[in-house]
Design a protein around this ligand. Structure first.
Ligand SMILES: *Cc1c(COP(=O)(O)O)cnc(C)c1O
Length: 438
């Protein structure tokens, strides 16, 4: 099986800029090989002897044998994302949900606990607060703005990780990653960051002390709303052996011929275990064709992020001054609660997502949304097309009022995902829809 390290071949020689990595990283063809990443649309590989195949199963030799465990197209794209984040190894999953699940399940089992920001994406909130609790893995949700003392107070003897989002979906809270990393590390557990909204173009959480990064690649990375997917990247920086808290990584795995991941794979221990054990058993792999589409999206990610951010800034400034808008969250606006954290962690821009309320509450929000002509109501966010969603009646429908409040979602909150059309056309559409609100 192949563990895909981020910097294959000549990529190792000097650090490249992110625009270059988006084009060049992950796949370096040799003489006579396709210039563009090919789609290995096959499940299996042929070997000449029983022994040759056996060594692959023992993780003694590197090689492909079954797409659930490794596939060259998927690996190249995972390698590119690892390079973008500045990590040592990465893996793709079939969705962001699977990435969030695996990132915790790889180091927590029944009886363990982790600490999570209360403003995480609604799907993650349900996964952690309901479904994983049924597996015996407990979570404490804390305010993302909690002080070090408050974060520490959430820690238990069985706590194995901290989890938060760089920019929370849809509350747009900017996480103080350094603070969270500090408290996690005092307790000898890793900080896992969901970097979906910022993307590595605008923030690289490893530079601020995070240990593992996850993504829903469904959003900006794909960018065209064509392929659901996720990714996990390991910084290679966390010391799994120091605390004795991670026996799954530091003691022999009976299900893999007694391999000890930290001994055999060093900095790639976490991703190797996630692939060789969790993915082997749970199987949320992306189709190689989807990985190919994701790769096309990644090639233009820096260009698109720049346009998303410039458009969102213009739209946010327009909405802020509109008499029918009651409030607006966008960390690029001076005076926003997260303006300073945004300047620190997202100096080149945050993302294209804005949340705001229209005067008149839920009813006005619905009138506004139903009056839009170009921006579409979709259960999606962060792609090329401008779109809107009403979280209280869509993504966060399962949450009760108290949970909604903790998630930073008010009944009138409209999540506007600003696309890469011309800003003037986007604003014109908002303007005519706001005019319909009485
Ligand atoms: C969408 C999203 C997810 C879930 O990803 P899917 O690809 O839809 O499974 C997780 N985290 C964040 C921040 C998201 O926006």
């Amino acid at each position: 099986m192949i563990i895909c390290t981020a910097y294959g071949g000549r990529m190792e020689e000097k650090p490249l800029k992110i625009e270059t990595k988006c084009i060049q990283a992950g796949y370096t063809p040799q003489n006579g090989e396709p210039r563009v990443l090919p789609i290995y649309q096959n499940t299996t590989w042929k070997y000449g002897s029983t022994e040759a195949m056996g060594k692959l199963f023992d993780l003694e030799e590197s090689g492909y044998f079954y797409t659930r465990l490794a596939n060259p197209t998927n690996d190249a794209v995972a390698g590119k994302i690892a390079a973008l984040e500045g990590g040592v190894a990465g893996m793709l999953t079939s969705s962001g949900q699977a990435a969030c699940f695996y990132s915790i399940f790889n180091i927590c089992s029944a009886g363990d606990h982790f600490v999570c920001s209360s403003t995480v994406y609604g799907g993650t909130f349900n996964l952690y607060g309901v479904t994983m609790k049924k597996m015996g893995i407990d979570v404490t949700f804390v305010d993302p703005d909690a002080s070090e003392e408050e974060l520490q107070a959430a820690v238990q003897p069985n706590t194995k990780a901290f989890f938060g989002e760089t920019i929370a979906n849809p509350a747009l809270v900017v996480l103080d990653i350094e603070k969270w990393a500090k408290v996690a590390h005092v307790n000898k557990v890793p900080l896992i960051i969901d970097n979906t909204f910022a993307t590595p173009v605008n923030c690289r959480p490893f530079e601020w002390g995070a240990d593992i990064v996850v993504h829903s690649t469904t959003k900006y990375m794909d960018g065209h709303a064509v392929a659901t997917g996720g990714a996990i990247v390991d910084s290679g920086n966390f010391d799994w052996e120091a605390s004795g808290k991670f026996p799954g990584l530091t003691t022999p795995d009976a299900s893999y011929h007694g391999i000890t991941y930290t001994e055999k794979f060093g900095k790639a221990a976490y991703i190797t275990k996630a692939t060789a054990q969790v993915m082997r058993d749970l199987g949320s792999i992306p189709s190689p064709h989807n990985a190919f589409l994701l790769n096309l999206g990644l090639e233009t990610l820096p260009l698109r992020m720049r346009q998303h951010c410039a458009n969102a800034q213009a739209v946010a400034e327009y909405l802020k001054n509109h008499p029918k808008v009651s409030w607006i969250n966008y960390c690029g606006l001076p005076g926003d609660k997260y303006y300073d954290l945004g300047k620190k962690y997202l100096p080149d821009g945050s993302c294209g997502v804005i949340s705001f309320g229209v005067k008149g509450g839920r009813e006005a929000a619905v009138t506004f949304m139903d009056s839009l002509k170009m921006a579409a109501i979709v259960t999606h966010v962060a792609d090329a097309r401008t779109s809107v969603l009403h979280p209280a009646s869509h993504t966060h429908r399962q949450l009760n009022d108290e949970e909604l409040k903790a998630a930073g979602v008010t009944p009138d909150l409209i999540r506007l995902s600003v696309g890469i059309e011309h800003a003037e056309d986007i604003i014109a559409d908002l303007e005519q829809a706001l005019a319909q609100v009485k």
